[in-house]
Design a protein around this ligand. Sequence first.
Ligand code: RB5
Length: 141
Amino acid sequence: MKIAIGSDHGGFALKEVILAYLSTLEHDIQDVGCFNNESVDYPVFADLVCEMVAKGEVDKGILICGTGIGMSMAANKLPGIRAALCSEQYTARMSREHNDANILCMGERVTGPGVAEEIVSTWLSTPFEGGRHLCRIQLFS
Ligand code: RB5
């Protein structure tokens, strides 16, 4: 799977954890930054990842900031994006099964590295159920 990942400074350390985890799996990863702890604006990185998803350059995107809230707000303003802010596995699974989320958002200051890896694993491996859920996401797409 092709995956784009981005963070601001508040999510940089967790992004590094998730990159290390993803490197153990067979995915094609594109890291759009940020690349250190210096303060940056999270919408810039949300735009970069979401544009790649919306254009079909990658299959899915992962965005991380301090809380995940700013990234999810910024991502969901963009056409074709269904971003889900997840802090545990249940919502990660449901965001795929029912909402066909194409962006996963997490907060480094909320979710620890072990849980974050489980969220990513579940989110990437869970298919969309389609059916009645397709009509529903089409109502807001
Ligand atoms: C940065 O301090 C922080 O505001 C940002 O990472 C994010 O949590 C915003 O929603």
